[in-house]
Design a protein around this ligand. Sequence first.
Ligand SMILES: [Ca+2]
Length: 246
Amino acid sequence: MKHLCTWVALIGLFINGCIGTETGNPPLTGEMSVDAHSSDPATAGLRSSEGGLTVDGVWLGTRELHFVEVADCDVAPTGVANVAPLAIDNHASEGALVAPLTYEVVPYCRMTLPLARQEGALPSGAPASLAGSTFVSTGTTPTGTAFEVVYAAERTIDLDAIGGELLFGEDEGFLFLGFDVAAFFEGVDVDGGTPNGDGVVVLSETENTALFSTFESNMNRGFELYLDLDRDGEPDTPEPVARGVP
Ligand SMILES: [Ca+2]
């Protein structure tokens, strides 16, 4: 019996070694809620207007999301993803997407978020311009003109820790990844754009390029990470713990 117990203990160690992490501990699990929101509805509101733009579409998906440890902050992340790829979806619709999260209790300096290109059949309700694109936002201006922002290029957004590091303790791996439509559209005079033949103001690399350029320079800082320890799918605090850097 003693030999059997020894073997069971050794097998246990072996299994722990296989599923463990660099710290030797198995990864902790949590959740990431993902949703668009607005920090300033007077600039851009979500599904309703408070005098600014009304945004009804924020279409994007990602490849794997990684937290980068402080010790490896200058290195591109490798290894197991902290969050599996997020399917391309409209994050301006009602309700947050909730994705499983794995993490360790180690200081992270950033999270990397590579946008995914839409390939194959379009998701239900998606605008045609999403085909081959990595980001599309749709809505209407205060004067009722429809608009579409179409971003076609590959882009990886680094959300840098505010205050130097992100450290999530046990039971603290509950986060909210937000896409702030007010940050995206700050200073973008969509009503000043030239509509196409369908009456839609399209902002892209080839249409209304000056407006698109302003949007693009805003874009990264609209990606924000907050704590959501109460797991209500909303940020716990007004200020994020990490934000996209231009
Ligand atoms: Ca919350």
